[in-house]
Design a protein around this ligand. Sequence first.
Ligand code: BMA
Length: 315
Amino acid sequence: MLNKNEIFHRSEKNPILTAADWPYSCNTVFNPGAIKFEDHTLLLARVEDHRGFSHLTVARSRNGVDGWEIDTSPTLMPDPANYPEEIWGIEDPRITYIEELNQWAVAYTAYSEGGPLVSIATTRDFHTFERIGAVMPPEDKDAALFPVKFNGRWAMIHRPVSSFGGDGAHISISFSYDLKHWGDHKIVIHARKGGWWDAKKIGISPPPLHTPEGWLILYHGVRTTVAGGIYRLGLALLDLEDPSKILHRSDNWIFGPKEWYERQGDVSDVVFPCGWIEENGEIRMYYGCADTSIALATAKLSDILEYLTQCPAGE
Ligand code: BMA
């Protein structure tokens, strides 16, 4: 059995993008969505300005490691005049290609006066975006769409914070006919309790990935310590036909803050992926580091699945 610490390997070029690389002044760049788009790796990065508000900006590279071409001004700005829930910014985009609509759907966090909530926008070209708008009330974040319908309905993973489900903030699934109105909410992966690395608060990281064994889920868990939270990553597998059913879940975290750029920054000890790309059996995970920069780690899909399918059935 593979050692969990050998699954993901960090790029030697890390951090691959920082505020110093940006064509305009900003505080930090982190938590990017990541896709393959027109022969390029496209990152939709969260960029925090010097007010503390975030917007989203595209960076493109041929090899996904360096040579980034970054939009010279923000690609998607908050629009509080028309969407008041975006008053304090838009954050943490997760991008899913919806083949049936021939569009990309971006699920992101809108930072409203009532707290963070889930919004969705669609695009074909990553220049112009059409907002579906707010789809979940606060507090709710860490949302990502599945690329296909289940029994005629779209499905979305998200993470509400409420008394729904008792103590803790758990990963939930909801369903919709039109991407705007969502229902049939159900908890899929529970935050654990007590001393676990993923106790109390968990959330999906990149969008679910279709594999022969099931929908692959990479999720973050937060361990609260006297020095603050530690954000680490674990794995789960959901049933291909019924994604509200969990098949396996790793007990151990498989990736956590270790290098200096993950340990030090505006929010220390955070690794936070919002996108991954699978190509020829290799996974490239793009992640925010300490809410300050962007890094890359790679893994073999077969290694992930070999490890995960030997993990216990989860809940
Ligand atoms: C989470 C999200 C992420 C952030 C992380 C650590 O709740 O807001 O955007 O990277 O906290 O600050």
